[in-house]
Design a protein around this ligand. Structure first.
Ligand SMILES: *Cc1c(COP(=O)(O)O)cnc(C)c1O
Length: 374
């Protein structure tokens, strides 16, 4: 029985050609010419002036948060339901994530819970767009303005998405992307920080590369890490970026195909196709078990795996992470809807290389599995 993996990227454009150029020219490190070209094209694609390519999306968040000067004791508001990269970028600097719940249908942070969490220690709000629909950004920007807060936009899953027709990755002070293989465009591993602020971009460049001082090499006034991005990664990224519109179209078509065929299954809450600010781009095709289903996402995943279908659960909440509980962070905090999503949400194969035949097999298997569970 052939297993259908949860994700497989599509690498049949100019990837091989550009990679061969790296090998033939000898430019394989972060000094190669594709890096700058990729930074320029990627940042321009979201209307930002500067792009700083880094080793992955987590590094992009760390660089962005540190560049904004966030440190010891500062508070950053973010959803509890997200990947740990968001919280880690803050806790690594001795700052504190302050959490809000998420919406059961859009799976994004509840922006109406943010204002009550603002204190005199709050320095920034981290917007995290999840699974295919953007956060209600206008509400966040209005709060940031009112309370003089910085805005970090984690657009890791939002390549090619817009909010009210403006590109995701163009909002707030600084935005970040990931190019992990399950994102709309990939470089294997990789990430980017984008901003319009010249000074911030200079700080990001320094933080990406061990904080070498500009005037004298090997002298350091600050500590960071090596988050450099190679010419090989940029070669793949340029080829991927050429096809972004096509990829977004393909993902939307896949999303519609799944929804049409899954909507009659009892017990599943499917992704919202559109809101008044965006059409879903289905970073991955996720779904949530509804209240009458007794089992959790893991039980469904196990049955799918037995029938050769890969799947993955949704994120696990930050306030329920053992590592933070051990430190006494978030003690006693409850976010009921986020907790529900983490226990009942999962996603099915939805990578760009997925064929129609594979999708049909996923659909028929999921129908069988859900009938068994119902
Ligand atoms: C993938 C992802 C990241 C992390 O990116 P990596 O490249 O895997 O480090 C950060 N935030 C979100 C929302 C993501 O989906």
């Amino acid at each position: 029985m052939s297993f259908i993996p949860v994700n497989e990227p599509l690498l049949n454009g100019n990837e091989k050609k550009y990679l061969c150029e790296c090998i033939d020219s000898g430019w394989i490190s972060s000094e190669g010419p594709f890096v700058k070209e990729f930074e320029q094209k990627m940042s321009a694609s979201v209307g930002r002036k500067h792009g700083i390519a880094v080793s992955n999306g987590t590094a992009a968040l760390e660089v962005a948060v540190q560049a904004l000067g966030i440190g010891e004791g500062d508070e950053v508001i973010m959803p509890t339901f997200t990947i740990i990269s968001c919280a880690m970028a803050v806790t690594k600097l001795g700052a504190v994530p302050v959490l809000v719940d998420s919406d059961l249908y859009t799976w994004n942070m509840k922006v109406d819970e943010i204002e009550a969490k603002i204190t005199d220690k709050t320095k920034a709000i981290m917007i995290v767009h999840l699974y295919g629909l953007p956060v209600e950004i206008d509400a966040v920007l209005a709060l940031a303005k009112k309370y003089h807060l910085k805005v970090i936009e984690d657009a890791a899953e939002m390549h090619g998405q817009t909010y009210k027709e403006k590109p995701c990755g163009s909002f707030g002070d600084i935005s970040t992307f990931s190019f992990y293989p399950n994102k709309h465009i990939t470089t294997g591993e990789g990430g980017m920080v984008v901003t319009d602020d010249e000074e911030l971009s200079e700080r990001c460049r320094m933080l990406r590369n061990l904080c070498f001082r500009k005037d004298v090499r090997y002298i350091h006034d600050e500590i960071s890490d090596n988050y450099r991005f190679t010419n090989l990664q940029a070669a793949v990224g340029l080829a991927q970026l050429e096809r972004l519109d096509e990829f977004v179209e393909r993902k939307r078509a896949m999303g519609r195909y799944y929804t049409e065929r899954l909507q009659d299954i009892d017990g599943l809450i499917l992704p919202v196709e559109k809101t008044d600010y965006a059409d879903n781009i289905y970073w991955v095709y996720g779904m949530v078990l509804d209240r009458k289903i007794q089992t959790d996402n893991k039980a469904v995943q196990k049955l799918l795996a037995e029938e050769g279908i890969g799947s993955r659960t949704f994120f696990w909440c930050m306030h329920e992470q053992p590592v933070y509980q051990k430190e006494g962070l978030f003690s006693g905090e409850k976010y009921p809807d986020a907790e529900y999503l983490a226990r009942k949400g999962f996603y099915i194969p939805s990578g760009l290389a997925l064929t129609k035949e594979q999708m049909d097999k996923v659909i028929s298997t999921l129908k069988r599995v859900m009938a068994q569970i119902n």
